[in-house]
Write a protein that binds this ligand. Structure first.
Ligand code: NAP
Length: 325
């Protein structure tokens, strides 16, 4: 049996992402022990009941005592405050990471509170569902998904490699880029789609509030596949997404400008009955969808393949292959 990659993993926050890390790290024997904490006593109690950590403590400061890997798994707006709490208690040489969906602002918020003798390696696993809380997590969440590391310049290369090894043990593919580039890429691939989903579902709900146009029961009853997919995305956690839009303001506004320009072009095409423009775009976008399926990042299933059908074309690492949790 190979030795665990880390002696003691501390998880600050045990929601969808934190609890999935806990389940997968244990299943893959990547850590000797797991200590976890969450903001509320209710969540901490639930984590204890679920038995996904070896120890559950009441404060962020207590959680990091003796840990050689600390992963902050909380909404991005809270990361600075959490770093301030854990900073003085971090053991020398510990690797401190996070899972935030926005990187530049999280790095700016956390870095000032972390002592020089620890290694700060920010990360973002591009994997998730619209569910939250410790019950929502599952060990396979990261299998075949990308985890993007955004180590600031001068980060210890060995620490980056150790964290890569950990994520790869959870089944993820690894990429490295700057925090700023990450935020621009994710603005278009994740943040803007969520904003559009929140808008369209809000628009339909406003319409249905005005009974002279479309009723709420019509919206629910006749919800076509497209609308249903949007409602799934728009069911994502409000705190997490509020924080993402506030933290990635520049990236989202840049992509929103482009989107508005393209939407105006389509509006014009519809107005002047320019079917060629519509057809050309729809042909191009269909290819994008096919490309995503062909590289194994989604399945053909109409529920968009989440969460359980195998996403990776290759053999899964044990114990996923044997169906154990
Ligand atoms: P979640 O399910 O809502 O869980 C958040 C956890 O953080 C809860 O355990 C919560 O405790 C705890 N928490 C909140 N503030 C805290 C604080 N100040 N100190 C200690 N614990 C605190 O959220 P999630 O979906 O796992 O998301 C966590 C992070 O992962 C976010 O930064 C998000 O951007 C990122 N992310 C999410 C996804 C996704 O699809 N969900 C994907 C990739 C990355 P209580 O329950 O007691 O409040």
């Amino acid at each position: 049996m190979t030795a665990p990659r880390f002696r003691r993993l501390a998880l600050i926050g045990v929601g969808l992402i934190g609890s999935s890390i806990a389940r997968a790290a244990r299943a893959q024997k990547l850590v000797g022990s797991i200590v976890a904490t969450a903001r509320s006593a209710k969540t901490r109690r639930r984590v204890m009941e679920l038995g996904i950590a070896d120890q559950v403590v009441d404060t962020n400061a207590a959680a990091v005592e003796g840990a050689d890997l600390v992963i902050v798994c909380i909404p991005v707006g809270q990361c600075g405050a959490a770093a301030r709490e854990i900073g003085p208690h971090l053991p020398p040489d510990a690797i401190v990471s996070d899972v935030g969906s926005v990187k530049a602002e999280v790095v700016r918020d956390m870095a000032p509170y972390l002592p020089a003798n620890v290694h700060f390696v920010p990360a973002h696993p591009v994997a998730g569902t619209e569910h939250s809380g410790p019950d929502a997590g599952f060990a396979e969440l990261f299998v075949g998904r990308w985890c993007i590391l955004t180590p600031p310049e001068g980060t210890d290369a060995a620490a980056v490699e150790r964290l890569k090894g950990f994520w790869s043990g959870l089944g993820a593919n690894l990429a490295t880029m700057s925090a700023e580039h990450h935020d621009l890429v994710l603005a278009v691939t994740s943040h803007l789609p969520h904003l559009i989903a929140y808008t369209i579902v809000g628009t339909a709900d406003d319409l249905s509030a005005d009974l002279s146009t479309v009723t709420r029961s019509e919206v629910l009853q006749y919800s076509a596949g497209g609308f249903r997919d949007f409602t799934r995305i728009a069911a994502s956690d409000p705190t997490m997404w509020r924080d993402i839009f506030l933290a990635n303001k520049a990236g989202v506004l840049e992509m929103l400008n482009r989107f508005n320009r393209d939407l105006a072009k389509l509006t014009r095409a519809i107005k002047v009955a320019d079917g060629d423009t519509l057809f050309r775009l729809f042909t191009r976008t269909r290819e994008i969808r096919r490309g995503i399926v062909s590289i194994g990042q989604d399945s053909e299933a109409p529920d968009f393949g989440r969460p359980h059908p195998p996403l990776s074309p290759g053999p899964l690492p044990a114990p996923y292959a044997s169906g154990e949790d």
